[in-house]
Design a protein around this ligand. Structure first.
Ligand SMILES: Cc1cc2nc3c(=O)[nH]c(=O)nc-3n(C[C@H](O)[C@H](O)[C@H](O)COP(=O)(O)OP(=O)(O)OC[C@H]3O[C@@H](n4cnc5c(N)ncnc54)[C@H](O)[C@@H]3O)c2cc1C
Length: 398
């Protein structure tokens, strides 16, 4: 089979890795000059356990399976893996109820989670945190990887298999019935085209004349750099809040990388350009107008409580607020300082115009010779290898 993959983020690369065998000829199209310009090169690198997602949803299944596959790939290739575990720390009374829901869910899903019931137990796991409630959840199997290393290794393997990644090839039109694909450079024909264009997957769907009830809303995830006055104060276990299950975001948490950079983030503020990582970066006036209109309507009518979310998240743009609400993560506010960092990512979340809800799962749509992967939101990095296997099996691609 001749297969085109649009997008060389982690989803596109792991698909190419899974599908490239003797029977398939795979080509990857990428509009940028590299594979790390968007979601895959701008995330937290957390290999999630799957505790957050509704049982039996695609996110739940693929995250649990994907977490294992991602760790296997990392270990096989001697890449960075930190088995740090994660603590979920309540900050307010209502969190205790959610903590119990997540605990029961984890038991059902067979995820290794320990419920802690005293400050001593919590401190024993992470001496540098500052719990304010006696309860917490400890997820042993959460780990940290390095998304850049994983992508680079995949690219190397694909190169050895003679799989072409055509950089600077922007897909501008698809004819789903006959598999014709047009880029800014040339015209191609395929048996199958897979749309793995991340936060532009809905745009590709439009270029392929797919009609859906969805619109896509981008949210900016900004990180704050944490500078410790002594590295002994740095928490090694990842520290997360108890999430509001009404929203698909996890809340501001701690994260660090193999170089020792330590961050708090990401925020989730509405943004009016899908690639507006910095002010006016890749500014597109039409996109700005379109997104302003979409957000304005949803915020005015408070659809899916988006007004409340926007107000809540607006506060996360201020350093003083982030510092205040992160006090459970650090033993003393005198041990560290916060500063703005250049680390920022954007996640595009599908809004279902029929149900008026932010859609909370990965979405796959088959349209003639095209498979669209819509809403490849977090934890799509963790889930990528499992997602590739799932797509390959579901659509008989091997
Ligand atoms: C701030 C933040 C933190 C996150 N943290 C985590 C985490 O800790 N763990 C986790 O599992 N997930 C996390 N995620 C989610 C994860 O990063 C994404 O779900 C994942 O990277 C999506 O991969 P992708 O390949 O679909 O998208 P991308 O990496 O965005 O790749 C899509 C590619 O398609 C290309 N493209 C777009 N349009 C075209 C076109 N017309 N023609 C050709 N190419 C095109 C783009 O240039 C891009 O390179 C996070 C996301 C964000 C934003």
């Amino acid at each position: 089979m001749k297969i085109a993959i649009i997008g060389s983020g982690i989803v596109g690369l792991s698909l190419a890795y899974d599908l490239s065998d003797k029977t398939n000829e795979v080509i990857v199209f990428e509009k940028e000059k590299d594979s790390l310009s968007h979601g895959t090169g701008r995330n937290s690198g957390v290999i999630h356990s799957g505790i957050y997602y509704i049982p039996n949803s695609l996110r739940s299944k693929l995250c649990i399976e994907g977490s294992k596959l991602m760790k296997d790939f990392i270990l096989e290739n001697n890449l960075y893996l930190k088995n740090c575990g994660k603590l979920l720390l309540p900050k307010k009374d209502i969190d205790l109820k959610t903590l119990e829901i997540l605990y029961q869910r984890s038991k059902k899903l067979g995820i290794n989670v320990k419920k802690l019931n005293s400050i001593d137990e919590i401190i024993k796991i992470e001496p540098n945190c500052n719990p304010i409630y006696k309860q917490a959840l400890f997820i042993k199997d959460t780990s940290l990887g390095d998304p850049e290393e994983v992508s680079k290794k995949l690219i190397e393997i694909l190169k050895n298999r003679n799989i072409e990644i055509l950089y600077n090839h922007k897909v501008i039109k698809i004819f789903p019935q006959n598999g014709k694909l047009i880029t800014n450079n040339d015209t191609f024909k395929f048996d199958i085209i897979i749309n793995a264009a991340g936060l532009r997957a809905d745009e590709i769907a439009k270029k392929s004349s797919l009609k859906t009830n969805y619109s896509s809303l981008p949210f900016k995830g900004k990180y704050w750099r944490v500078n410790f006055n002594n590295t002994k104060h740095m928490p090694k276990t990842l520290l997360y809040p108890i999430p509001n299950l009404e929203y698909p975001f996890l809340g501001i948490h701690t994260v660090y990388d193999k170089k020792g950079n330590f961050y708090l983030g990401p925020s989730n503020t509405p943004v009016f350009g899908r690639e507006s990582y910095n002010f006016l970066h890749k500014f597109n006036f039409l996109e700005f107008l379109n997104l302003t209109f979409k957000f304005f309507k949803k915020i005015v009518f408070n659809e899916n409580n988006l007004r409340n979310l926007a107000l809540l998240e607006f506060k996360n743009l201020f350093l003083s607020h982030v510092k205040k609400t992160s006090n459970v993560y650090f033993k003393s506010k005198d041990n560290f300082s916060l500063e703005i960092s250049s680390k920022v990512g954007i996640r595009s979340q599908i809004f279902d115009n029929k149900t008026k809800f932010l859609f909370d799962d990965f979405v796959l749509v088959k349209q003639d010779k095209v498979i669209h992967i819509l809403n490849a939101i977090s934890p799509a990095w963790t889930s990528s290898f499992a997602m590739a296997k799932y797509i390959s099996k579901k659509y008989n691609l091997k």
